[in-house]
Design a protein around this ligand. Structure first.
Ligand SMILES: C[S@@+](CC[C@H](N)C(=O)[O-])C[C@H]1O[C@@H](n2cnc3c(N)ncnc32)[C@H](O)[C@@H]1O
Length: 233
Protein backbone atom coordinates (compact mmCIF):
# COMPACT_ATOMS: atom_id res chain seq x y z
CA UNK A 1 0.00 0.00 0.00
CA UNK A 2 2.78 2.44 0.91
CA UNK A 3 3.84 2.55 -2.76
CA UNK A 4 0.41 3.89 -3.81
CA UNK A 5 0.00 7.62 -4.37
CA UNK A 6 -2.77 10.17 -4.96
CA UNK A 7 -6.22 8.96 -6.00
CA UNK A 8 -5.10 5.34 -6.14
CA UNK A 9 -4.08 5.47 -2.49
CA UNK A 10 -7.31 7.26 -1.50
CA UNK A 11 -9.31 4.54 -3.25
CA UNK A 12 -7.35 1.82 -1.46
CA UNK A 13 -7.98 3.47 1.94
CA UNK A 14 -11.71 3.92 1.23
CA UNK A 15 -12.18 0.32 0.06
CA UNK A 16 -10.30 -0.99 3.07
CA UNK A 17 -12.44 0.96 5.59
CA UNK A 18 -15.61 -0.02 3.71
CA UNK A 19 -14.70 -3.69 4.13
CA UNK A 20 -14.00 -3.48 7.88
CA UNK A 21 -16.74 -0.95 8.75
CA UNK A 22 -19.02 -3.41 10.57
CA UNK A 23 -16.26 -4.65 12.88
CA UNK A 24 -14.36 -1.35 13.18
CA UNK A 25 -15.65 -0.34 16.63
CA UNK A 26 -14.90 -3.73 18.15
CA UNK A 27 -11.37 -3.71 16.75
CA UNK A 28 -10.84 -0.15 17.99
CA UNK A 29 -11.75 -1.18 21.55
CA UNK A 30 -9.45 -4.20 21.38
CA UNK A 31 -6.48 -2.42 19.78
CA UNK A 32 -6.60 0.44 22.26
CA UNK A 33 -7.13 -1.94 25.22
CA UNK A 34 -10.40 -0.11 25.87
CA UNK A 35 -8.63 3.28 26.25
CA UNK A 36 -9.96 5.07 23.17
CA UNK A 37 -13.05 6.34 25.04
CA UNK A 38 -10.81 8.10 27.60
CA UNK A 39 -8.67 9.60 24.80
CA UNK A 40 -11.80 10.97 23.09
CA UNK A 41 -12.96 12.54 26.37
CA UNK A 42 -9.58 14.31 26.58
CA UNK A 43 -9.81 15.48 22.93
CA UNK A 44 -13.23 17.06 23.51
CA UNK A 45 -12.21 18.75 26.74
CA UNK A 46 -9.07 20.13 25.02
CA UNK A 47 -11.32 21.57 22.30
CA UNK A 48 -12.60 24.05 24.93
CA UNK A 49 -16.02 24.46 23.35
CA UNK A 50 -18.11 27.53 24.18
CA UNK A 51 -21.87 27.22 24.87
CA UNK A 52 -23.83 26.35 21.70
CA UNK A 53 -20.60 25.44 19.90
CA UNK A 54 -20.24 24.20 16.34
CA UNK A 55 -17.71 21.36 16.13
CA UNK A 56 -16.47 19.33 13.16
CA UNK A 57 -14.78 15.91 13.28
CA UNK A 58 -12.97 15.05 10.03
CA UNK A 59 -12.45 11.40 9.02
CA UNK A 60 -15.12 10.71 11.61
CA UNK A 61 -15.64 7.04 10.70
CA UNK A 62 -18.37 5.60 12.92
CA UNK A 63 -18.86 8.87 14.81
CA UNK A 64 -17.49 8.12 18.30
CA UNK A 65 -15.72 11.48 18.60
CA UNK A 66 -18.88 13.50 17.91
CA UNK A 67 -20.92 11.21 20.18
CA UNK A 68 -18.50 12.19 22.95
CA UNK A 69 -18.77 15.89 22.01
CA UNK A 70 -22.56 15.70 22.30
CA UNK A 71 -22.30 13.81 25.59
CA UNK A 72 -20.13 16.58 27.10
CA UNK A 73 -21.95 19.44 25.31
CA UNK A 74 -25.59 18.49 24.59
CA UNK A 75 -26.23 21.97 23.17
CA UNK A 76 -23.49 21.68 20.51
CA UNK A 77 -23.98 21.25 16.79
CA UNK A 78 -21.70 18.33 15.91
CA UNK A 79 -20.77 17.51 12.30
CA UNK A 80 -18.93 14.31 11.34
CA UNK A 81 -17.41 14.10 7.85
CA UNK A 82 -15.76 11.15 6.12
CA UNK A 83 -15.21 9.85 2.58
CA UNK A 84 -16.25 6.22 3.35
CA UNK A 85 -20.06 5.91 3.32
CA UNK A 86 -19.96 2.43 4.87
CA UNK A 87 -18.15 3.71 7.99
CA UNK A 88 -20.77 6.45 8.50
CA UNK A 89 -23.59 3.98 7.82
CA UNK A 90 -22.22 1.67 10.53
CA UNK A 91 -22.01 4.70 12.86
CA UNK A 92 -25.58 5.83 12.18
CA UNK A 93 -27.00 2.62 13.61
CA UNK A 94 -25.65 3.46 17.10
CA UNK A 95 -28.03 5.22 19.54
CA UNK A 96 -25.39 7.71 20.77
CA UNK A 97 -24.88 9.12 17.27
CA UNK A 98 -28.46 10.07 16.35
CA UNK A 99 -27.81 13.83 16.77
CA UNK A 100 -24.67 13.90 14.63
CA UNK A 101 -24.96 15.72 11.28
CA UNK A 102 -23.18 13.38 8.88
CA UNK A 103 -21.43 14.69 5.80
CA UNK A 104 -19.67 12.85 2.94
CA UNK A 105 -16.44 14.76 2.31
CA UNK A 106 -12.76 14.35 1.56
CA UNK A 107 -10.66 15.88 4.34
CA UNK A 108 -8.57 17.71 1.72
CA UNK A 109 -11.62 19.61 0.38
CA UNK A 110 -14.10 20.35 3.14
CA UNK A 111 -17.49 21.62 1.91
CA UNK A 112 -17.79 24.31 4.61
CA UNK A 113 -17.35 28.07 4.62
CA UNK A 114 -14.29 29.76 6.13
CA UNK A 115 -14.49 30.42 9.89
CA UNK A 116 -17.51 28.19 10.55
CA UNK A 117 -16.49 25.96 13.51
CA UNK A 118 -15.36 26.57 17.10
CA UNK A 119 -13.20 23.43 16.98
CA UNK A 120 -12.11 20.77 14.48
CA UNK A 121 -11.11 17.32 15.73
CA UNK A 122 -9.84 14.10 14.19
CA UNK A 123 -9.18 10.62 15.57
CA UNK A 124 -6.82 8.20 13.81
CA UNK A 125 -7.55 9.87 10.48
CA UNK A 126 -4.50 12.00 9.71
CA UNK A 127 -2.08 9.16 9.02
CA UNK A 128 -4.34 8.08 6.13
CA UNK A 129 -4.31 11.48 4.42
CA UNK A 130 -2.41 11.88 1.16
CA UNK A 131 -1.34 15.45 1.96
CA UNK A 132 -1.43 16.10 5.69
CA UNK A 133 -0.33 19.72 5.49
CA UNK A 134 -3.12 20.65 3.09
CA UNK A 135 -5.63 18.69 5.22
CA UNK A 136 -4.61 20.73 8.30
CA UNK A 137 -4.81 23.94 6.20
CA UNK A 138 -8.39 22.98 5.37
CA UNK A 139 -9.14 22.43 9.07
CA UNK A 140 -7.63 25.84 9.82
CA UNK A 141 -9.66 27.47 7.05
CA UNK A 142 -13.03 26.26 8.39
CA UNK A 143 -12.05 27.06 12.00
CA UNK A 144 -13.13 30.36 13.61
CA UNK A 145 -10.39 32.66 14.80
CA UNK A 146 -9.50 31.65 18.37
CA UNK A 147 -10.75 28.09 17.77
CA UNK A 148 -8.76 24.89 18.24
CA UNK A 149 -7.72 21.95 16.08
CA UNK A 150 -7.31 18.79 18.19
CA UNK A 151 -5.78 15.67 16.65
CA UNK A 152 -5.67 12.18 18.20
CA UNK A 153 -3.31 9.86 16.37
CA UNK A 154 -1.01 6.86 16.71
CA UNK A 155 2.64 7.93 16.93
CA UNK A 156 5.88 6.40 15.89
CA UNK A 157 6.87 4.58 19.12
CA UNK A 158 9.81 6.19 20.95
CA UNK A 159 13.19 4.43 20.82
CA UNK A 160 13.14 2.68 24.19
CA UNK A 161 13.06 -0.84 25.63
CA UNK A 162 9.31 -1.19 24.91
CA UNK A 163 9.61 -0.31 21.20
CA UNK A 164 10.22 -3.89 19.96
CA UNK A 165 7.15 -5.05 21.91
CA UNK A 166 4.94 -2.39 20.31
CA UNK A 167 6.26 -3.17 16.85
CA UNK A 168 5.53 -6.85 17.43
CA UNK A 169 2.03 -5.91 18.60
CA UNK A 170 1.25 -3.64 15.61
CA UNK A 171 3.04 -5.71 12.97
CA UNK A 172 2.00 -9.22 13.99
CA UNK A 173 -0.79 -9.37 16.59
CA UNK A 174 -3.08 -6.63 15.21
CA UNK A 175 -3.20 -8.06 11.65
CA UNK A 176 -3.80 -11.53 13.08
CA UNK A 177 -6.57 -10.48 15.49
CA UNK A 178 -8.07 -8.07 12.93
CA UNK A 179 -8.07 -10.78 10.29
CA UNK A 180 -9.81 -13.26 12.56
CA UNK A 181 -12.44 -10.80 13.84
CA UNK A 182 -13.21 -9.02 10.58
CA UNK A 183 -12.39 -11.79 8.12
CA UNK A 184 -10.27 -9.16 6.30
CA UNK A 185 -6.65 -9.94 7.07
CA UNK A 186 -5.34 -7.74 4.22
CA UNK A 187 -7.18 -4.76 5.62
CA UNK A 188 -5.54 -5.11 9.02
CA UNK A 189 -2.12 -5.49 7.42
CA UNK A 190 -2.65 -1.85 6.40
CA UNK A 191 -2.51 -0.60 9.99
CA UNK A 192 1.13 -1.52 10.69
CA UNK A 193 2.10 -0.22 7.26
CA UNK A 194 0.47 3.10 7.95
CA UNK A 195 1.85 3.26 11.51
CA UNK A 196 5.42 2.48 10.49
CA UNK A 197 5.43 5.31 8.03
CA UNK A 198 3.85 7.68 10.51
CA UNK A 199 5.38 10.75 12.08
CA UNK A 200 6.82 11.34 15.51
CA UNK A 201 4.90 13.90 17.62
CA UNK A 202 7.55 16.55 16.83
CA UNK A 203 7.21 15.89 13.09
CA UNK A 204 3.40 16.12 13.27
CA UNK A 205 3.69 19.36 15.25
CA UNK A 206 5.90 20.77 12.45
CA UNK A 207 3.25 19.84 9.84
CA UNK A 208 0.55 21.63 11.85
CA UNK A 209 2.73 24.73 12.18
CA UNK A 210 3.45 24.73 8.43
CA UNK A 211 -0.33 24.55 7.86
CA UNK A 212 -0.65 27.88 9.68
CA UNK A 213 -1.75 26.70 13.13
CA UNK A 214 -0.09 28.34 16.10
CA UNK A 215 0.75 27.49 19.72
CA UNK A 216 0.90 23.79 18.79
CA UNK A 217 1.43 21.52 21.79
CA UNK A 218 1.06 17.77 22.28
CA UNK A 219 0.82 15.15 24.97
CA UNK A 220 1.90 11.54 24.58
CA UNK A 221 -0.28 8.66 25.83
CA UNK A 222 -0.05 4.89 26.05
CA UNK A 223 3.74 4.72 26.50
CA UNK A 224 4.28 7.22 23.70
CA UNK A 225 2.41 5.24 21.03
CA UNK A 226 -0.52 7.68 20.88
CA UNK A 227 -0.45 11.50 20.88
CA UNK A 228 -2.97 14.32 21.11
CA UNK A 229 -1.91 17.54 19.36
CA UNK A 230 -3.63 20.89 19.87
CA UNK A 231 -3.20 23.94 17.66
CA UNK A 232 -4.96 27.30 17.51
CA UNK A 233 -6.08 29.75 14.83
C1 LIG B 1 -9.02 4.66 11.50
S1 LIG B 1 -10.53 5.34 10.97
C2 LIG B 1 -10.89 6.50 12.24
C3 LIG B 1 -12.35 6.69 12.50
C4 LIG B 1 -12.72 7.59 13.67
N1 LIG B 1 -12.23 8.93 13.47
C5 LIG B 1 -12.23 7.08 14.99
O1 LIG B 1 -11.68 7.87 15.76
O2 LIG B 1 -12.43 5.89 15.28
C6 LIG B 1 -10.00 6.39 9.67
C7 LIG B 1 -11.13 7.07 8.91
O3 LIG B 1 -10.54 8.05 8.08
C8 LIG B 1 -11.31 8.12 6.91
N2 LIG B 1 -10.49 8.81 5.89
C9 LIG B 1 -9.25 8.48 5.46
N3 LIG B 1 -8.81 9.36 4.55
C10 LIG B 1 -9.81 10.28 4.41
C11 LIG B 1 -9.95 11.45 3.61
N4 LIG B 1 -9.00 11.86 2.78
N5 LIG B 1 -11.09 12.16 3.72
C12 LIG B 1 -12.08 11.77 4.56
N6 LIG B 1 -12.01 10.67 5.33
C13 LIG B 1 -10.88 9.93 5.26
C14 LIG B 1 -11.63 6.68 6.60
O4 LIG B 1 -12.72 6.57 5.72
C15 LIG B 1 -11.92 6.15 8.00
O5 LIG B 1 -13.28 6.24 8.31
Amino acid sequence: MTHLQGNERARYVRDMFARISKRYDLMNRLMSAGRDGAWRRTVISLAQLPPGARILDVATGTGDMMAEALRQHPDALAVGSDFTFEMMRAGKSKPATHRIRWCAADAHRLPFRDDSFDAVTSGFGVRNFIDRESAFSEQRRVLKSGGRVVCLEISKPPRNALRPLFLLYFNRLVPLAGGIISGERDAYAYLPQSVNEFLSPEELKAVMLRAGLRDVTYRRLMFGTVAIHVGAK
